[in-house]
Design a protein around this ligand. Sequence first.
Ligand code: 13P
Length: 252
Amino acid sequence: MRKKIVAGNWKMNMNLQEGIDLAKELQEMLTAEKPNCDVVICTPFIHLASIAQFLNQDLIGLGAENCADKDKGAYTGEVSAEMVKSTGAKYVIIGHSERREYYHETPEILKEKVLLALQKGLKVIFCIGESLAEREAGKQNEVVKAELEGSVFNLTAEEFRNIVIAYEPIWAIGTGKTATAEQAEEIHAYIRSTVAERYGNEVAEQTSILYGGSCKASNAPELFAKPDIDGGLIGGASLKAADFKGIIDAWK
Ligand code: 13P
């Protein structure tokens, strides 16, 4: 059985103290009531080392939201995959649409980031998803396939086992407009079939594919009930412990 995962993406929210408080609150809640899925929180770089100090990563995995496309050296302001790993973090989000759009991260750049992250022993949550215009033109399948081909289908099957895919339709991110469970299931099944074409059925069956985009406690149960939706990548609703726990509880 593949892993069920609920992962939070805090984005550029919360100062260090607020982040520490949130992680502690979540840890208390999940210690009291064990989740039925893997739980991950992906935080800004500056939170990682402090949160890693107290986080029980058997209960909540810790991840970064990005890493550099270079190994090390004179790249002012960048944070390498090795640095992320050295904090104790185990995951990194790569390819989020916000990074593709606002920071012009191309498929080639993302490919480098993925390779470095895997080399350093991180698991990668790789994001894909179409824009509203692409969805309206019926191009969503084409888009997600190209994103996989552009940055992760170069990996060996062994490497690919460390990839979690997050399907996040751009039109659903932070808009309150969720894909319907049927829309999400349709494309998740397509994504899985694409992975099967490249790596075979066994790898495809083991690959966790998360849904992201205005996922909340009220719609998570319907989404997660679909056979090809293995959990969620949560933005806004991961910023309050009770909201995030509500989504985790969808696996109960
Ligand atoms: P929201 O849950 O705020 O829509 O964000 C989704 C997302 O981008 C997670 O990476």
